[in-house]
Design a protein around this ligand. Structure first.
Ligand code: ASP
Length: 332
């Protein structure tokens, strides 16, 4: 039995796992509440609508008594495989040079972690990140080195961009010739999946995977594969993940900041809000600067917060499966 399974500080059977006080939130109404909901037992949360299908796959692992680390990988693989998803995995949008470059990272309850960035032509970057964690002494592999490692380990390859995306890219290129001169990013096409799970043994794990911002500069890497920015776990405290403008999230080491704020006694929602406030304070121009955090503490409290309205997350427990609107600082 794995170490993590022996650590039974929660030891809640799924059948008996009850959810208490997970209240649906109305966006923007939560400034005075200390947390959004508390799950007694295993819980999975993930960013955006695509989180529902990812959570369902992750739950299948947890309900068999599986570990959080296996659940998070299985969950986000669903999103990576979805050819209709333009912001994660093989259906993702390309950079401005027409390359789909994928970023992903994974972290477990023992602070083990793995990451890949600027990876092309591999179907499941999250599994390559997992292999970096499990099979190497490193944390992060990028670009050609990450690809070489993936091929050596037999990971499935895929030709990107897929034809539909290639057609969209061609059209965009024609219509936006001037954009090549200034490194702007398109805020319509992004949305990482960050998925956090707590299993029945009380282990936390998280996975984060994305194709990044559409039409980014070639070589650009966002927050999503960076441990501490797009994802952070500390088993003594809890877990956090991020989505939104990666550059702003990196600047404040976003997910690590959220976890450290929880360590200092703040609820997940308060911690997410304080991280968002920090981003707001550090940027004079908030135009299109959407950043969103999602967190869970070791007691199963869940919280989120975003700069602008519109961010939501998928929640799954033994008794609940739903989308929750995140509270936010301002309207678009
Ligand atoms: N954080 C991602 C990035 O900057 C994009 C997103 O989540 O919207 O690449």
């Amino acid at each position: 039995m794995a170490d993590q399974q022996r650590r039974k500080f929660l030891k809640l059977g799924l059948a008996g796992a009850a959810l208490s006080a997970v209240q649906p939130l109305k966006a923007g109404e939560l400034f005075s509440q200390s947390f959004e909901g508390k799950a007694n037992g295993p819980v999975i949360i993930s960013t955006w609508n695509h989180g529902l299908a990812a959570n369902a796959a992750a739950w299948k692992v947890l309900e068999k008594g599986g570990l959080a680390i296996d659940a998070v990988e299985a969950g986000v693989k669903v999103t990576e495989s979805d050819l209709t998803n333009r912001s994660v995995g093989i259906g993702g949008m390309p950079d401005r040079d027409g390359h789909v470059t994928l970023d992903a990272c994974i972290m477990d309850n023992d602070s083990r972690c793995g990451s890949v960035a600027f990876l092309e032509g591999i179907a499941h970057p999250i599994s390559v990140a997992r292999a970096v964690m499990d099979k190497t002494q490193h944390v992060m592999l990028v670009g050609a080195g990450a690809k070489k490692f993936a091929l050596e380990h037999g990971f499935e390859t895929i030709k990107t961009p897929i034809p539909e995306v290639k057609a969209e890219y061609k059209k965009w290129k024609k219509e936006n010739a001037d954009l090549f001169k200034k490194p702007e990013i398109n805020h319509e096409n992004h949305d990482t999946i960050g998925l956090l799970a707590m299993d029945q043994y009380g282990n936390f794990s998280g996975a984060c995977t994305t194709s990044g911002w559409a039409y980014k500069m070639h070589g650009r890497v966002g927050d999503s594969p960076i441990i501490g920015a797009g994802l952070f776990i500390d088993s003594e405290v809890g877990a956090a993940t991020a989505t939104g403008l990666g550059e702003a999230i990196i600047r404040i080491a976003g997910s690590h900041t959220v976890v450290e704020l929880m360590r200092n006694g703040h609820s997940p929602m308060e911690a997410c809000k304080m991280a968002v406030d920090r981003i707001i304070a550090k940027h004079k121009d908030l135009t299109n600067l959407q950043c969103c955090f999602l967190a869970i503490d070791k007691n199963g409290n869940v919280g989120s917060y975003s700069v602008y309205n519109g961010f939501n997350y998928a929640l799954k427990t033994a008794t609940e499966e739903k989308m929750v609107d995140a509270p936010f600082n301002r309207n678009w």
